[in-house]
Write a protein that binds this ligand. Structure first.
Ligand code: SF4
Ligand code: SF4
Ligand code: SF4
Length: 175
C-alpha cells in the first residue's frame, strides 16, 4: 500500500509537503499524521487520485503548503556558472552534469522541476522555464528510479569514506 501511494506522488522530493520527500509523506498519510492535500505539485488532479486510492473524499490543495504550478524545467546560464557544484549536490535526481570549476548544464529530460537547485546557486544563474512539451518531463517512475539510484550511490560513497577513514586510523595506530 505504501509503495502504491508513493507511486501516485510526483517524485520531485521537493519537501513542500513538509516531509523529507515523497515516501515519508506517503508514510505520514497512511499513519494518519498528514492530510492528503499537502503536495502542491500533485495539485487537485493528483489529490483526487490519492483520495480515490484511499477511498476518502477529495479536498482542494491546502495553500498553506504552496500553490500548484505548471511543470517547469531548470536552465543554467552557462556563461555565468562558476562550477561550484552546489546545484549537483542539491538535485535529487542527478539531472545536472558538470565538474568542479567547469560549466554545468541541466539534462532537461530528467529535470522534475523541483527547484531545489535554485537557492544553493551563489551566482543566481539557474532559472525555471515553463515546460512546453510535458512529454519531455520524466515520468513519476523514472524520477523515482533516479532518486533511488542516487540514494544508493550516496550510501555507498558514505560507506567507502568510513572504510577509508578506518584504514587510515589503523595505519596511524600501527606506526
Ligand atoms: S512532490 Fe509532493 S509529496 Fe513529493 S516531496 Fe514534493 S510536496 Fe512532498
Ligand atoms: S535540475 Fe534543479 S529543478 Fe531540475 S530536478 Fe534537479 S534540482 Fe530539481
Ligand atoms: S550552483 Fe550555479 S554556479 Fe554553482 S555549478 Fe551550479 S549553476 Fe554553476
Amino acid at each position: 500500500m505504501l509503495e502504491s501511494l508513493n507511486d501516485l506522488l510526483p517524485q520531485m522530493q521537493c519537501g513542500q509537503c513538509s516531509f523529507n520527500g515523497c515516501r515519508p509523506y506517503a508514510e505520514a498519510i497512511i499513519a494518519g499524521e498528514a492530510d492528503i492535500n499537502q503536495c502542491p505539485p500533485s495539485g487537485d488532479v493528483g489529490i483526487a487520485k490519492i483520495a480515490a486510492f484511499l477511498n476518502v473524499p477529495a479536498k482542494p490543495l491546502n495553500s498553506q503548503f504552496g500553490e500548484h504550478k505548471p511543470r517547469s524545467v531548470a536552465v543554467i546560464d552557462e556563461a555565468q556558472c562558476i562550477g561550484c557544484v552546489k546545484c549537483i549536490a542539491a538535485c535529487p535526481v542527478d539531472a545536472i552534469v558538470g565538474a568542479a570549476k567547469w560549466m554545468h548544464t541541466i539534462i532537461t529530460t530528467e529535470c522534475t522541476g523541483c527547484e531545489l537547485c535554485i537557492a544553493p546557486c551563489p551566482v543566481d544563474c539557474i532559472t525555471m522555464l515553463p515546460l512546453k512539451n510535458p512529454e519531455f518531463s520524466p515520468s513519476n517512475l523514472r524520477a523515482k528510479q533516479r532518486y533511488l539510484a542516487r540514494q544508493q550511490r550516496k550510501e555507498m560513497e558514505a560507506l567507502e569514506k568510513t572504510e577509508r577513514l578506518r584504514q587510515q586510523k589503523a595505519r596511524l595506530l600501527a606506526n
